[in-house]
Write a protein that binds this ligand. Structure first.
Ligand SMILES: *[C@@H]1O[C@H](CO)[C@@H](O)[C@H](O)[C@H]1NC(C)=O
Ligand SMILES: *[C@@H]1O[C@H](CO)[C@@H](O)[C@H](O)[C@H]1NC(C)=O
Ligand SMILES: *[C@@H]1O[C@H](CO)[C@@H](O)[C@H](O)[C@H]1NC(C)=O
Length: 517
């Protein structure tokens, strides 16, 4: 009896391991495709992304967490500043669900919490939370104070590291069904008096999901509130140059969110915002598994949402390019032991590739700091693998996007191409490649023939859950307060053998692509 039982378990286990993620059984045809993948790079620019295409988010929750701000994330830390500077130019969007509980005060010196209100826990949604989130309970949401000295620290940090700062106002401050702009006015007057220059503003967070708090603000009303905010910005001298992000709906997969996005833009929001925004997460952080990060099916979920967003924006906000206003691998604070590990890079790099080639102008990564998806470790501030990937992306990938197709119809070998950054000769092309196969793939392209190419392979030590990442065999880590040299390519020629379960970049400095001249 026990032996039959064991036998069944073994059979089921084997069947399961052959079918999950990328280890699906291959027909000989698929096997051949995997071994030799042709990348076709079309010589025309399909989109130009913003210079801040790869941008960052921080949750306002951090501001009322003495645990983070006082103990670890010190704005005046030299190491933190060096780490941040390497990601410039970028937007830093400070927002998230705690934005709708923040109250600015000039007089208070502590981040006093007012009496809390119990709301259903929204962390099952695409809610940014830090490490101490709880699931399946009611949460005690409290208003909290942002003091003037915090605002000073933040703004001085942004200036110092060269980040373009976008701040999300509290839309829950309401009077007679309208947004009450008094607290925002106070903040703007203070900002003007100090001469701080912000890059943009937003009002509220994920408004298609407020019913989770037990009330709704209609998209028509939110558009009116945005108009109020827009008029208010005239307090600032350079108000004409601001980015206005919105409406920052949770996603564009479900019809309810699509309708919110569309109604907001159609009823006045479309002429106020400079960037129509939606948020995107692939999977639920509580149940995400390694296979999700390596699944072409999961990764392919993003493009349809972008296409939907573009279609609606083209109709109701003509001429405005859509931004992914907050995005990461997994919602609910990320997946523990995955979202800050090597394997997270598959979702991050693929997202950048899909977004750029579908016409998204800016992608805002949740989060630079905090929760399981931070680019840096929340305690010792050491960079996580996605940090190094982001820095390398900024060094190698330019803003002109080229159209790419690959011969791998199973979409396990994924490739994207842009003109290179101006660190390389005019006409250079940077291709970025992800291999989801469990074996190496021969990668070829007509553009690769007779080219001396520079390979920047980011790989693990074999454990995809490792918090370490290697660039061409070299472990990437800070050297005290300095960054290591990342311009250490390996010279390669076609066909390039691309190792299993790795991603990285191929730069063609002599491609002389007309589109990139
Ligand atoms: C990859 O290409 C090389 C050179 O053409 C060839 O020798 C090798 O057999 C190929 N490998 C696979 C797995 O197809
Ligand atoms: C919620 O938190 C606040 C501030 O910490 C506290 O004063 C209040 O009693 C809490 N409310 C409930 C219902 O737990
Ligand atoms: C936050 O403050 C506003 C304005 O004073 C108030 O209307 C709201 O109920 C407060 N929310 C919480 C969660 O305490």
């Amino acid at each position: 009896m026990p032996s039959i039982f064991n036998c069944c378990v073994v059979v089921i286990f084997c069947w399961f391991s052959l079918n999950v993620g990328s280890t699906i059984r291959l027909s000989s045809n698929e096997r051949a495709l995997q071994d030799n993948v042709d990348i076709r790079i079309y010589p025309t620019v399909i989109y130009t992304v913003d210079r801040n295409f790869l941008s960052l988010a921080i949750s306002q929750k951090m501001l009322n967490s003495t645990r983070y701000i006082k103990k670890h994330f010190k704005f005046r830390s030299k190491k933190l500043q060096v780490i941040a500077e390497a990601l410039s130019p970028c937007y830093l969007r400070m927002g998230g669900n705690r934005a709708d509980f923040l109250i600015f005060s000039i007089n208070e010196t502590e981040t006093n919490e007012a009496q809390g209100v119990m709301y259903p826990d929204k962390s099952y949604q695409s809610m940014p939370q830090l490490n101490d989130f709880e699931y399946g309970k009611k949460r005690n949401y409290t208003n909290f104070t942002m003091t003037a000295s915090m605002w000073d620290d933040i703004n001085q940090f942004m200036t110092k590291v060269g980040w373009d700062f976008i701040f999300d106002f509290n839309v829950f401050l309401r009077r007679d069904g309208q947004w009450d702009p008094d607290n925002a006015k106070l903040l703007l007057k203070y900002t003007a008096s100090k001469g701080y220059r912000l890059a943009g503003w937003e009002l509220g967070n994920e408004p298609d999901d407020f019913h989770g708090y037990g009330f709704d603000i209609s998209p028509v009303q939110l558009a009116k509130d945005y108009t109020t905010m827009h008029n208010l910005l005239k307090i600032l001298p350079d108000y004409k140059n601001f980015q206005i992000m919105g409406p920052s709906v949770t996603q564009l997969l479900h019809v309810r969110s699509q309708i919110f996005f569309s109604d907001f833009l159609q009823n006045g929001g479309g002429s106020i915002v400079t960037a129509p925004t939606f948020h995107h997460y692939y999977v639920d952080g509580r149940i995400a598994a390694m296979g999700d990060f390596l699944s072409p099916y999961v990764l392919d979920g993003l493009a349809p949402e972008i296409i939907t967003g573009n279609k609606i924006a083209a109709q109701y906000a003509p001429g405005k390019r859509v931004w992914i206003g907050e995005t990461s691998s997994a919602w609910g604070g990320g997946a523990k032991g995955l979202s800050d590990r090597y394997v997270a890079g598959f979702m991050w790099l693929d997202k950048l590739g899909v977004a750029a080639s579908q016409g998204i102008e800016v992608v805002i990564r949740q989060a630079f700091y905090g929760a399981n998806y931070g680019l840096i470790d929340w305690q010792n501030l050491e960079p996580n693998p996605d940090y190094w990937l982001s820095v390398l992306y900024k060094k190698l990938v330019g803003s002109k996007v080229l159209q790419v197709e690959t011969s791998d119809k199973t979409r396990h070998l994924r490739a994207y191409a842009h003109c290179s950054t101006d660190k390389f000769p005019a006409g250079s092309v940077t291709v970025y490649i992800l291999n989801l196969w469990t074996t190496a793939a021969n990668v070829t392209s007509s553009m690769f023939s007779n080219q001396d190419m520079q390979m920047f392979l980011l790989h693990s030590d074999g454990d995809l859950r490792s918090q370490d990442v290697y660039l061409n065999g070299k472990l990437l880590q800070m050297d005290g307060n300095s960054l290591p040299d990342l311009m250490i390519p390996t010279a390669v020629r076609a066909p390039v053998s691309w190792p299993a379960h790795t991603f990285g970049f191929l730069v063609l400095p002599n491609a002389k692509a007309q589109a990139c001249m």
